[in-house]
Design a protein around this ligand. Structure first.
Ligand code: SF4
Length: 410
């Protein structure tokens, strides 16, 4: 029997209301979203108060929580209206707000009592004294910096009882937890006020101006790829027991700007892995199908970040894509008729008769189907579902459920 005491929550990103509902449907215990102010993802489809209310109501109906990210680095003038913002989201029923700027924390504490505060990863918390400091200040949880090691998490847990949230999957920053002004310099967009243009991921020529004033170019590797500071992504699917045994309360998936295909797939996989371990820690065995599933939505190579040692340049950077997503999201099940075995699908990308497709659903269910018969909404047989969002009916060999996603290998 393992030593774990508490099942951690699976925390998923939700850039839109549709993603919020999808994430919860696919097993997330909680989601984090952005409001229209104070967040770090100005282009992530932030929520209006009305959408937030709908999301919170949906989450509560499904026993889940909604957190709101308000983790910008606030400049003069940015604080105006913050008290109203915090009071409004508290009254909507948001479970907690994720903040990094001490001024915003102070305003929240003073003006919106009763709204729990989580310290954002933007604050780069990497030791238990910092966590205890923020606990004394009245914070409920600290989101650790992505740069902590697993040994440090263990040490932190041994010295504090404040809730700990740690990243388990998604993009890494080449800078310290996003404390970066590269985007500000390259594209005049402030990374710490929600505008990061991901300048680190651009391709650069690398050269040095020699003593003689001559430009000397550098080929970075033998493939002569242009230089990029783009970091590989993190995936901790092989190490979920370490987080649980070290008392991490919340396992965070990065990616508020990612698709519902990504959110549903990643939440589904980690839900499955966490449940499997907590159900029977002694007999837990890693399932290769979990990793295979994550690769279907991966955009970069995957690594364990800083958790088991500082990665070297070869491990942390990639110059060209060696792995690309091989699956395309093509539809979502709206309805399934048991008697006729016909599924009604909303098209998201083109598919056709003869395609071999995969349906996946909550609980890590998978159904494979070759499309042999297909009809449009008027009941006319069709060869191809070509129009975005069109509704089509497909003859199935096995049942599927509403909300199941449909994808095919490219
Ligand atoms: S430019 Fe890159 S390193 Fe800097 S904040 Fe943006 S993603 Fe992070």
């Amino acid at each position: 029997m393992g030593k774990w005491k508490k099942k951690p929550e699976v925390l998923a990103p939700a850039g839109t209301l549709e993603k919020l509902k999808t994430a919860i449907h696919y097993g997330a215990d909680a989601v984090y979203i952005g409001g229209n102010a104070y967040g770090l993802r100005s282009r992530a489809g932030n929520f209006t108060y009305e959408e937030m209310q709908e999301g919170v109501t949906f989450a509560k109906e499904h026993g889940a929580h909604v957190y709101v990210a308000a983790n910008m680095v606030a400049h003069e003038g940015d604080l105006q209206g913050a008290g109203d913002f915090f009071r409004t989201i508290r009254d909507i029923g948001v479970r907690a707000v994720i903040v990094s700027d001490p001024a915003l924390i102070e305003i929240c504490l003073m003006e919106a009592p009763g709204l729990p505060i989580h310290l954002s990863t933007q604050s780069s918390a990497t030791n238990y004294e910092t966590l205890n400091f923020w606990k004394e200040e009245g914070l409920e949880r600290v989101v650790l910096a992505r740069e902590v090691s697993m040994d440090e998490i263990k040490e932190i847990r041994n010295h504090t009882d404040v809730e700990i949230e740690a990243f388990i999957h998604g993009a890494m920053c080449i800078s310290y937890s996003g404390r970066c002004t590269l985007s500000n310099h390259m594209s005049a967009r402030d990374a710490n006020r929600g505008g990061c243009s991901q300048s680190c991921r651009w391709k650069y020529d690398l050269f040095e101006m020699g003593h003689n004033g001559m430009r000397q170019s550098f080929a970075v590797d033998e493939t002569d790829e242009p230089f990029s500071m783009s970091a590989v992504d993190m995936s901790m699917i092989h190490h979920i027991p370490d987080f649980i045994e070290n008392g991490v309360d919340s396992l965070k998936i990065e990616g508020r700007m990612k698709s519902i295909h990504y959110v549903s797939t990643v939440a589904n996989v980690y839900r499955e892995a966490v449940d499997a371990y907590c159900k029977d820690p002694a007999n837990f065995t890693f399932q290769q199908s979990w990793e295979d599933e994550l690769w279907k939505v991966a955009q970069r190579e995957l690594s364990t970040g800083f958790y088991y040692g500082t990665p070297n340049e070869q491990q942390q950077l990639f110059g060209k894509r060696r792995k690309i997503p091989v699956y395309k999201f093509i539809g979502q099940v709206l309805d399934y008729n048991d008697a006729s075995q016909i599924a009604t699908i909303q098209q998201r990308n083109s598919f056709a008769i003869g395609d071999e497709v995969e349906f996946y659903g909550p609980g890590f269910t998978h159904v494979y189907q070759k499309i042999t018969q297909m009809w449009n909404e008027d009941g006319q047989p069709i060869e191809r579902a070509a129009h975005p969002m069109m509704k089509v009916r497909i003859q199935m060999d096995a049942p599927v459920k509403p909300f199941d996603m449909m994808r095919k290998a490219k």
